[in-house]
Design a protein around this ligand. Sequence first.
Ligand code: CUA
Length: 654
Amino acid sequence: MKKSINSLLMLALVAGIFTSCNNGKTNKNGDRGALASSAAEKVYVAPGEHDEFYAFFSGGYSGNLTVYGLPSGRMFKEIPVFSQFPTNGYGYSEETIPMLNTSHGFVPWDDLHHPDISQTNGKLDGRWIFVNGNNTPRIARVDLETFETEEIIEVPNSAGNHSSSFITENTEYVVAGTRFSVPVPQQDIPINEYKGKFKGALSFISVEQETGRMDIKFQLMMPGFDYDLSHPGRGKSHGWFFFTTYNTEEANTLLEVNASQNDKDFIAAVNWKKIEEYVNNGGGTKMPANYAHNVYDHGTHNATTTMKKEVLTVDPTKVPGAVFFLPTPKSPHGCDVDPTGSYIIGNGKLSADLTVHSFDKMIDAIENEKFDGEAYGIPILSFEDILAGTVKQAGLGPLHTEFDGKGNAYTTFFISSELVKWNIETREVIDRQPNYYSVGHVMIPGGNSAEPFGKYAVSMNKITKDRYLPTGPELEHSAQLFDISGEKMELLLDFPTHGEPHYAAGIPADILAPKSKKIFKLEENEHKYATLTSEDARVERDGKEVHIYMSMIRSHFTPDNIEGIKVGDKVYFHITNHEQDFDVPHGFAMIGANNAELLIMPGQTKTLYWEPKQVGVWPFYCTDFCSALHQEMQGYIRVSPENSDIELSWSLGE
Ligand code: CUA
């Protein structure tokens, strides 16, 4: 398939004209697979049946993670991570507010980009999924038994935390690389002193294997480039990590021009094992820092924040043999390593060709010290010495590559809007399928591991246009599911995604489903304000602070009548759900509360803060339709004037 770039460009332009005419039928002429009668069967999951894969889609500017089933494209859940989530009270309940603490204070939103599932020996193990907050640099760990965010660590000396959050093959580290270089430490200097003064921190965050607990092991202080994406080495290249860079020009203004000057930027190859050894032997420099580490405990059902004051930094020039630059055309975006760990693919987004570097050749060049200059003391390897080959004129605007584990790679092309399958060894294009429209990432379950499950590929498209019924100026982004089990890809399904997915991670359902948590055991509830039996329900006053110890079970609250609350009080509802059945949460909502509802899982305690401002008798109720008598699940708070002498009292059924 040797189309010239010009004819591809023409195709892209023609497609653009059709889309702007909003002519859906014309576009569908390209969907040869979806019109085949077997496509419907391949995505049909009969009522009551389960999907074969879970797929976790990043929510981009939603700040959260969504969970879908494949092949059905059905959305199962939105997991709040970096954004407050009124649907279940995450970031509003007293227990979860600390999850969103940062050195900048409470930051209830972020831009969530790249999910990566934990691995053992290079294979998905389904313990946790890691995601990055791009805006206020953070890494989060979501537990895959509870599907809840358990931990968020802020990343200091970083900005635009984009080349994140990818993990090494035994989940030794989750890596966070800065997209924007910044002064380190932050200081008040002219912006045009960028060149040479700004640094790009690549953070290696260790993961404690029993608990998943994260800790910044070291930050590698790299030159002031933009670090775009990264992927781990695996197999023979385990111990290395690869980061694409752009703006090696070190421009600080009009980057669309000034950062597109160099014919080649770099992939930074980092031998993290070597640096780990250096650090373990006392290497590196501790520097003052200020960052939040937030941990949620499923025993106490509470999150706590620890402010950390120090971080260990490493100057790459102090560790010979640890960091090298691989010249890569041209402003490379995706940085992808094949399942064998032999090839590193640079998706040069301004290049027509795809660059495939050879790990073996890289090691040879390093051992023979065949360098082609240096940048800030870091050796640059020669492009020709390390190149395995190029995929010639595969498309326009390559962004990301995934793998099927059968020797094939799948690369997305944003400008020519297509998914292209090619052979890793021969670098010949095997198939191409149009994407509707302007594809960003592609995901194959396990595609970033040593063992991909090469049955489906999902492309995540940036522009939806005419694919769905119009919903005003904004449409949800679209995903497209391809059957990749055969020689040619077959388009099976379009489905909308939520927010803006930048990457996704898929895993066979049989790894996760059997261990998914159904309830929290009431007898294991260590929440300090838990009400473990309804006899313990009570109301206590401490000055203006009022603590209501409340329990709930189908279909009442204990207590449900409370008097003696006064205007200006600070009221905390600590509510424990006494249910011990799967899928029976209760909700709690208080009129006039300035936060959100709570959705309380069986066996769990959650706390809602409320300031009564108006005298009267004010109701609260359960928000989740829990039984035939859900509408009866309600209660009243009597609020008296601030100077009232009405005694505190509470009751149920009197
Ligand atoms: Cu409890 Cu509705």
